[in-house]
Write a protein that binds this ligand. Structure first.
Ligand code: SAH
Ligand code: SF4
Length: 409
């Protein structure tokens, strides 16, 4: 479904965006088509031109990836100036880029301050493989949850990222990879699917995407917009620790692929590894998975299972895992634990992981063991942690109070 027509014009939201932008020019990235039309109208674009201008801008921004209004050669010069006076389509600042010996790349992006906050930094990882290029995107700076084996979980939540910032990671990564058509390419040129560098997106970076639902939804609907970034929803995977009500909403309102950070098959252990389990225990989580729309052999849920030595890696665990997932079209992704400084766990032995994988395979599940990528640049799963400025304590308490009001934990 395209984003157009799904939102109504909301002038107040636009004003709020501008105010929240610290007097900075508001960004056009992350707006729906009706919102962009409203923004252009407010900047003086005549009403009868709005649809055409939005289509032109959409193509320049999302298909061709320009970051400067001056490059929009089919837009009249004075309008380009007007746009530049009112809005920005700038990318986040690239603070650092590291390239692993295995080709994995990790960027540290900085986003300007919003509201009363300070600039923030997040990490984004690109994993090239023979048949695909996967970009691992962050949804929050830090995380409110405290999964005991995850490095991000040791960093307090600084703030949610906006849709513009979530998409900014995708677009800035594509810049760095040369994954937009060259500026002089024929008008409207798409990069053919087979030549794309970023073919898949996973919301598996820093943060819990379902605790930032509205921004993540907006960003993913724009990422899959046919006339824009045009990633198929089959190639977008959202990973969650198990925020059950928002899993239902993800199915209904986003329709992307789902991954669940399962990691344990008994409530007592999962309460420790993934503490949100105390609020949404396994039974409720598995029910939400069973009811995820459109599941089939071609559209399966991925269950992520981190292999922790002597904690969750016995054959009994494997047997209970198979029992738990019975009847759900599922892939089981075994992740060797990636250690980080100060972590209290060890990775299971390789033979144990293989024995676990064999058991699951024999039960009929695909269970790839995820090869750790980019370990030398601390880019592997669960290792992302930026040392951004924190929210002031009062802001953080206010934020946490809001989360408790929303989610009751
Ligand atoms: N917050 C979301 C998405 C980010 S984490 C979630 O929890 O699903 C991406 C995946 O990496 C999750 O499955 C997470 O549990 C896993 N992970 C976290 N720390 C890890 C570590 N140290 N080693 C291996 N996997 C880890
Ligand atoms: Fe947050 Fe996911 Fe890490 Fe848990 S595993 S602390 S939900 S980022």
């Amino acid at each position: 479904m395209s984003v157009s027509g799904t939102a109504t014009l909301d002038l107040d939201a636009l004003k709020a965006r501008k105010a929240a932008n610290h007097g900075e020019k508001p960004g056009l990235v992350g707006l729906t088509r009706p919102e962009m039309a409203e923004a252009l109208f407010n900047a003086g674009v005549p009403e009868r031109q709005l649809r055409m201008r939005v289509n032109q801008l959409w193509n320049w921004i999302y298909v061709r990836g320009v970051t400067d209004f001056a490059d929009m050669t089919n837009v009249a010069k004075d309008l380009r100036q007007t746009l530049a006076d009112h809005f920005t389509i700038a990318r986040p600042e690239v603070v650092d880029e590291q390239i692993s010996s295995d080709g994995t790349r990790k960027w540290l992006f900085r986003f300007p301050a919003r509201g009363a906050g300070r600039p923030v930094e997040v990490e984004t990882v690109y994993i090239p493989e023979s048949d695909r290029g996967t970009l691992c995107i962050s949804s929050q700076v830090g995380c409110t949850l405290t999964c005991s084996f995850c490095h991000t979980g040791t960093q307090r939540l600084v703030r949610n990222l906006t849709a513009e910032e979530i998409l900014g990671q995708l677009m800035a990564a594509r810049d760095a990879l040369g994954d937009f058509p060259n500026k002089d390419a024929p008008n409207g040129a798409f990069i053919p699917e087979s030549d794309r560098k970023v073919t898949n997106v996973v919301m598996m970076g820093m943060g819990e995407p379902l605790y930032n639902f509205e921004n993540v939804k907006r960003a993913l609907l724009l990422a899959s917009d046919d006339a824009g970034l045009s990633l198929s929803k089959r190639r977008i995977t959202l990973s969650t620790s198990g925020v059950v009500p928002e899993i239902y909403r993800t199915g209904e309102e986003i329709g992307c692929m789902l991954a669940i950070s399962l990691h344990a098959v008994r409530d007592d252990l999962r309460n420790i590894l993934v503490p949100i389990n105390k609020k949404y225990p396994l039974e409720e989580l598995i029910k939400a998975c069973r009811e995820y729309p459109g599941l089939s052999n071609a559209k399966r849920i991925t269950f992520e299972y981190v292999m922790l030595k002597d904690v969750n890696d016995s054959l009994e665990d494997a047997r209970d895992l198979v029992r738990l997932l019975k009847g759900i079209p599922a892939k089981i992704n075994l992740i060797p634990f990636n250690p980080w400084p100060g972590s209290n766990y060890q990775c299971s032995d390789w033979e144990t992981i293989e024995r676990f994988a064999d058991f699951i395979n024999q039960a009929g599940y695909a269970s790839p063991i995820r090869t750790p990528r980019g370990r030398d640049i601390l880019a592997a799963c669960g290792q992302l942690k930026s040392e951004s400025e924190r929210m002031r304590k009062t802001e953080r308490l206010a934020y946490e109070a809001m989360m408790i009001a929303n989610h009751g934990d």
